[in-house]
Design a protein around this ligand. Structure first.
Ligand SMILES: [Zn+2]
Length: 180
C-alpha cells in the first residue's frame, strides 16, 4: 500500500492556486469542506463574527475500540499570497514563481492529511476516529484558533504539521511569541 504521490502533488498544487491570505480564507474553507465531505467525513464550520471564514472541525468516524487521533493545521497563508502558482521543477522541488509566497505553510500539511485520509478510504484501512482541526488566521498570532470550539475534540493526541525541518523531527516545547 502506497501513498498516491501524483494525487498528493496535484492536491498540493490546487491548494497553492487558491488565494487564502489571513482573514480571506473563504475559498480555501469551501475547498476543504468539499473534500472532507467527499471523503465521507462529518464536517462543520465554526463561524466567527467579523471573519470571512470560520474554523473547521472534521472527523472520519472509525472503530470505537481504537484511540481517536487528531491532526491540526491552518488554512491561511502570509502575504504576498494572491495569485500563487506552484512551479514543479525537474528535480521534484516545488516552488512559487517568486512573485508570491508558495503557501507550503501550511498547505503541505493539509495536502498530506487529505492524501492520508484518501489512502485510508481507498484501501479500507482499519482506524479509530480521525479528527482534523483546521484554523483560520493562524499567522496573525493565532487569531482564529482563539475562537475554536475545543469541546468537540475527543482525541488526547494531536499532531500539528507546521514546522520546518527534517521529516521525523518534532517540537515538544517552544517559546511563545512576545510582542512589544
Ligand atoms: Zn504555519
Amino acid at each position: 500500500m502506497q501513498i498516491n504521490k501524483e494525487r498528493l502533488v496535484q492536491t498540493f498544487c490546487e491548494m497553492v492556486s487558491i488565494d487564502s491570505e489571513s482573514y480571506h480564507e473563504k475559498k480555501m474553507k469551501d475547498y476543504l469542506m468539499n473534500i472532507f465531505k467527499e471523503c465521507h467525513m462529518e464536517c462543520i464550520e465554526m463561524p466567527i463574527e467579523g471573519f470571512e471564514a470560520g474554523n473547521i472541525y472534521a472527523v472520519l468516524k472509525g472503530h470505537t475500540n481504537k484511540e481517536p487521533i487528531m491532526f491540526s493545521g491552518h488554512m491561511d497563508t502570509v502575504s504576498p499570497g494572491k495569485g500563487k502558482q506552484a512551479i514543479i521543477h525537474e528535480d521534484g522541488r516545488i516552488t512559487s514563481d517568486e512573485t508570491t509566497v508558495l503557501g507550503a505553510d501550511d498547505v503541505s500539511a493539509l495536502a498530506s492529511y487529505i492524501e492520508a485520509i484518501r489512502t485510508i478510504e481507498d484501501n479500507d484501512l482499519p482506524h479509530g476516529d480521525i479528527e482534523l482541526a483546521i484554523s483560520v488566521a493562524e499567522e496573525p498570532y493565532d487569531a482564529g484558533s482563539a475562537y475554536y470550539d475545543f469541546s468537540r475534540i475527543k482525541s488526547r493526541i494531536d499532531y500539528t504539521f507546521d514546522l520546518a525541518g527534517q521529516v521525523g523531527l518534532a517540537a515538544l516545547e517552544a517559546p511563545s511569541i512576545i510582542s512589544f
